[in-house]
Write a protein that binds this ligand. Structure first.
Ligand SMILES: Cc1cc2nc3c(=O)[nH]c(=O)nc-3n(C[C@H](O)[C@H](O)[C@H](O)COP(=O)(O)O)c2cc1C
Length: 379
């Protein structure tokens, strides 16, 4: 690792890394009608991010959304744009990595290079880019941009090659590729992190994994039970070997942490089962299935978790494919330890009400993870 990346905790020593996901959108990471669901007010996002920063979590990861999921909850109906969100949080925090999620068909590589370099300077080397190629044509219609399911990752890779070359610095260059024809490319300033800031991508399809193996430092995958991990990691290993690169694999979780297991499980049942939003779910299934080639398979046989298996219920008010961390602080720390032992290098956390719930998680679960040797005590 280049020493200039040492300022980014994504590359720090903790064995199991943690980030807060999706707090820039209302509903957070739910599809729930629960009235207390995250309203995504700026001051709450800022306050919650400062708590995560002070506790030593590794990163904040927002989602890029342009339209809500309709239904009665219309989750994601309100969301903050992620580059400007990143610059603001970079100024308000001291240590945590600040990711911006960019739909590559909507932003030119030169624009994103300048924006990410800006955040990297504001944050003194803590910026990150989460590359998403897009799946929801219905939201892209707002920009008049067509998603091509066949070429979206090829386009993303060319975009990444230009973006990363710009941030590497050096003489001006022209680009004459398959998707981009650009003249006199340069950017100033370049990023503090060298050769460029941390890159994540989230791709479930084979092309998505191939893209991550070529371009990313971290790949996000959906895992809802740990017995799914070995096969997934074996596939990622094969991809990495092909490009002689090494990347970390993270997954995304939803946390319900309470003093007793019963309280936690009752609350999960309440927001994810009793308060589910079937119309929002239907919108997601329809639009996702239209773009993602293996989407119908994934959706017809949803990724099961232990709650589905135990009860036969769907818990559809939790986001599809999210890993449920539901229980006491001991339960959650133990589950994270099992996740780490399975080979995953980190995960994101989300809460129904981030600001209200994160203090208990930080105070109770982090010290347990330290005792389990997954994270160093915070300096
Ligand atoms: C952690 C994570 C963050 C994501 N963020 C976004 C996002 O902000 N906007 C978006 O349109 N898609 C987002 N996605 C969806 C992915 O870009 C991608 O479509 C999904 O993982 C499925 O992969 P596939 O398209 O290769 O099948 C995210 C996925 C994950 C797991």
């Amino acid at each position: 690792m280049d020493a200039s990346r040492a300022s980014n905790p994504l590359f720090g020593p903790n064995r199991f890394k943690l980030g807060v996901f999706s707090a820039n959108c209302d509903g957070g990471l739910t599809m729930s009608l629960a009235p207390e669901r995250w309203p995504c007010n700026w001051d709450d996002i800022a306050a919650m991010s400062v708590l995560a920063d002070e506790a030593g979590l590794e990163f904040i990861l927002p989602v890029a959304k342009w339209r809500g999921y309709q239904g009665r909850a219309n989750v994601y109906g309100k969301s903050f744009e992620t580059l400007t969100h990143g610059a603001a949080l970079g100024a308000l925090t001291k240590r945590i990595a600040i990711f911006s999620t960019v739909h590559v068909p909507l932003v030119t590589p030169a624009f994103a290079a300048k924006a990410i370099a800006t955040i990297d300077h504001v944050s003194h080397g803590r910026a990150g880019l989460n590359i998403v190629c897009g799946w929801n044509q219905n939201e892209f219609d707002l920009h008049g941009v067509k998603i091509d399911p066949e070429t979206r990752y090829d386009h993303g890779l060319e975009w990444f090659e230009i973006w990363s070359r710009l941030l590497r610095g050096g003489p001006e260059f022209d680009w004459d590729g398959r998707f981009f024809h650009l003249k006199k490319l340069h950017t100033n300033p370049v990023s503090i992190q060298r050769p460029w800031p941390a890159v994540m991508s989230a791709g479930f399809s084979p092309k998505g994994r191939d893209f991550a193996a070529r371009a990313a430092d971290v790949l996000f995958l959906n895992v809802t039970e740990l017995d799914q991990v070995p096969a997934i990691l074996a596939d990622v290993e094969t991809q990495m070997a092909r490009y002689d690169r090494s990347i970390s694999v993270f997954t995304m979780g939803h946390v319900v942490c309470r003093p007793t297991r019963k309280e936690a499980e009752d609350y999960f049942h309440y927001f994810a089962e009793e308060m589910e939003d079937p119309e929002g779910q239907a919108y997601y299934i329809k639009n996702r299935g239209a773009t993602v080639s293996d989407g119908s398979r994934q959706i017809a046989r949803p990724l099961l978790n232990r709650f589905h298996r135990a009860t036969g219920l769907h818990y559809a008010g939790a986001y599809p494919g999210v890993y449920p961390f539901v229980g006491t602080p001991d339960d959650i720390a133990d589950e994270m330890a099992r996740m780490s032992a399975s080979g995953l290098a980190g995960c994101t956390v989300a809460f129904v009400d981030y600001l209200k719930e994160i203090p208990y998680f930080l105070a109770e679960v982090l010290p347990r993870l330290e005792r389990l040797g997954l994270r160093a005590p915070d300096a």
